[in-house]
Design a protein around this ligand. Structure first.
Ligand SMILES: NC(=O)c1ccc[n+]([C@@H]2O[C@H](COP(=O)([O-])OP(=O)(O)OC[C@H]3O[C@@H](n4cnc5c(N)ncnc54)[C@H](O)[C@@H]3O)[C@@H](O)[C@H]2O)c1
Length: 368
């Protein structure tokens, strides 16, 4: 029988899921049975629409639910959908604490259902080749991204740029939301290099706006093996850097541009590597044939541990940095060179004598 798919959170990024579900439906692979959103759905759907996901679950009885609501709402919706017997495609960040991760894992085990997490770049052939090139000989990893997010981005939803909404952590910082893929991909690279679990986090978080969270961050993560990873990212960037993961070792450097699937293995130039398995198709195959999921919830445990360490209530507020204001955009002068320098040296801004740098926050990551 054709799997019945529903989408909860139909505006925003949910529109991308609507297009993808429509493509699969056109090929007869799924049928879209319902959408839910607490706001009016735009564009207006031609299937049943609900304002409450519980009413959707009870009435439309989907087999698979795509959850694309704000992060702080994921857990209750996911638990309700599992209790209704559904499998999940859950957007990133899947949950906002390790306790929530454990709660969701326990629900998956007790219901026997599956949960794929929306880190779509882990479905690319470029990622597979990059990952397969890694070994314990890797001596350093870095992730760099330089984006711009303007005033409209922060005005678009009540949770944008906030740490807590309605008493629940939403943690919309650059590291855990817009640039979560950089963190997840780099952590997965450490695992693929045989470095074990991430054990220490040293982080400097900065912001150029009146927000609760960071728009610019430098996080050095050290794995069990001692392998260091530097994540250097900003939403107040100069030239655009889509997102790069680099691994260096005795044979040279491997570079993956994960949003665009471009790859340079040691000694070779950057080239397009076509091919991505989309996460919903992968979940459907898993349901039909029992193939392993590309991004099961379990694979995101380290990402959530890092997210939690970044966002503990006692973590210092992100430090306000002076920015150049141009219209709706704010840019930190010299930021791109600093991102590159941090990635190259694996050093934090405070260790590079950057005048506006503050001392890092250091945390041990939990051993689970
Ligand atoms: N994988 C990716 O590349 C990617 C890209 C963008 C966003 N996302 C993720 O998708 C999720 C949504 O992000 P967004 O930018 O679209 O957010 P958004 O705020 O723009 O849209 C979320 C939608 O969910 C609706 N909503 C909120 N609470 C709801 C509830 N309880 N029940 C039903 N609908 C509800 C809102 O009304 C809104 O229409 C987030 O987890 C975000 O991190 C992932």
């Amino acid at each position: 029988m054709t799997p019945r798919v529903a989408l909860v959170g139909a505006n925003g990024h949910g529109r991308w899921h609507r297009r993808r579900i429509a493509e699969l439906a056109a090929g007869g692979l799924v049928s879209l049975v319902a959408l839910a959103d607490v706001q009016p759905i735009d564009p207006e759907p031609d299937v049943a629409a609900f304002t409450d996901h519980r009413a959707l679950l009870a009435t439309a009885r989907p087999d698979v639910v795509v959850i694309c609501t704000p992060p702080h709402t994921h857990l209750p919706i996911a638990l309700d959908a599992l209790a209704a017997g559904c499998d999940l495609l859950l957007e990133k960040p899947p949950v906002t604490s390790s306790a929530a991760h454990e709660t969701l894992l326990a629900a998956l085990r007790s219901t026997g259902r599956s949960c794929q997490v929306g880190f779509q770049a882990l479905g690319s052939v470029a990622w597979q080749r990059f990952r397969d090139s890694l070994s314990p000989a890797v001596t350093g990893l870095s992730a760099v991204a330089s984006w711009q997010r303007d005033d409209a981005y922060y005005a678009r939803s009540p949770w944008a740029g906030r740490r807590i909404v309605g008493g629940r952590p939403v943690v919309d910082g650059a590291l855990v939301n817009p640039l979560a893929h950089a963190v997840m991909q780099a952590l997965a690279a450490g695992t693929a290099a045989g470095a074990g679990r991430p054990r220490q986090l040293e982080v400097e978080r900065y912001r150029v706006r009146p927000i609760d969270v960071e728009d610019t961050a430098f996080a050095r993560i050290t794995f069990e093996s001692g392998l260091p990873l530097m994540v250097a990212v900003t939403l107040a960037g100069e030239d655009f850097i889509a997102g790069e993961i680099e691994a260096r070792g005795p044979d040279g450097r491997a570079l993956l541009e994960y949003p665009t699937d471009r790859l340079a293995l040691p000694g070779a130039g950057l080239a397009d590597v076509p091919g991505r398995t989309d996460l919903l198709s992968d979940l459907l195959r898993h349901r039909a044939e029992g193939t392993p999921l590309l991004v099961p919830l379990e694979a995101t445990a380290d990402f959530t541990a890092v997210l939690e360490a970044l966002t503990l209530p006692e973590a210092p507020e992100p430090h306000l940095v002076e920015a150049k204001v141009e219209g709706a955009n704010r840019t930190i002068p010299g930021i791109n060179a600093l991102l590159r320098q941090a990635a190259e040296s694996l050093a934090l801004p405070s260790e590079l004598d950057v005048p506006w740098a503050v001392k890092p926050c250091r945390r041990r990551l939990p051993v689970t």
